[in-house]
Design a protein around this ligand. Structure first.
Ligand code: PGA
Length: 251
């Protein structure tokens, strides 16, 4: 199985910086991704999508958006439609990132609506979930369940093949340099796999995200239920991303 690395550029790069990054590095990263059997998904800001999609896809790098409107079309000022993402060549879309849950009060139901809309239009949702504070595994599982149920319910209603990516990102691990212990992550990933297998009818890939870099990877690599990583800050730094691509391993 290919490992999955999602480069979530957030709002770290401007329009011009994103274009320069892609012009300089996409060929090299496409080749590295191929050599290391990796599906690399780059998620820039909306504004860069139309300018970089063709350069990226020539090299085999996939493109994802960082969010989508919960509505297909209409009077939703400032929103971006799934229809436009599709036309721009996005195959993936991050939803429910904690930046958006926290800063824009996005609810689990809204994220469920977005997930269903993406699946309906053939875009694979990358659904971010994660507890806000470190707590016992059982408290964490209850919290993750509350985040997952609306997503699963809205997609299970649909017909046709369904593939989703769940990015487990404890909020306390994002951008902090603090990561879960290997044992805790292993247990949580196994719990997630079992939960999805018994509640979701489609295919689920599970990623870990939160302070992933060369060092944290060395501690968290190679867990049986983890299919890859969602990388924030380190993904805009070509050298750091290169190390992550080369050193990440699946079980
Ligand atoms: P980080 O971000 O890798 O900078 O911790 C992860 C994320 O926010 O998705």
């Amino acid at each position: 199985m290919k490992k999955i690395i999602v480069a979530n550029w957030k709002m770290e790069l401007t329009y011009h910086e994103s274009i320069v990054w892609v012009r300089h590095y996409s060929k090299e990263f496409g080749a590295i991704a191929q050599e290391f059997n990796t599906k690399l998904i780059v998620c820039p800001s909306f504004t860069s999508l139309s300018s970089i999609t063709s350069d990226l896809s020539i090299t085999g790098i996939m493109v994802g958006a960082q969010d989508v409107s919960a509505f297909e079309r209409g009077a939703y000022t400032g929103d971006v439609s799934v229809l436009s993402l599709k036309q721009l060549g996005c195959s993936y879309c991050v939803i429910g990132h904690s930046d958006r849950r926290i800063n824009y009060c996005e609810s689990n139901d809204l994220i469920g609506q977005k997930a269903a809309l993406l699946v309906q239009h053939g875009i694979t949702p990358i659904i971010c979930i994660g507890e806000k504070q470190k707590s016992s595994l059982q408290v964490t599982y209850d919290f993750l369940t509350s985040q997952l149920v609306p997503v699963i319910q809205s997609i299970n209603k649909m017909s046709g093949p369904q593939t989703i990516i769940i990015a487990y990102e404890p909020v306390w691990a994002i951008g902090t340099g603090i990561i879960p212990t290997r044992d805790d992550l292993n247990e949580t990933a196994t719990w997630l796999r079992t939960f999805m297998d018994s509640n979701f009818s489609g295919v689920t890939y599970i990623l870990y995200g939160g302070s992933i870099d060369e060092q944290s990877l060395a501690l968290l690599n190679n867990l049986v239920d983890i299919n890859g990583y969602l990388v924030g800050k380190a993904s805009t730094d070509p050298e750091a991303l290169k190390k992550i691509l080369c050193k990440s391993r699946l079980f």
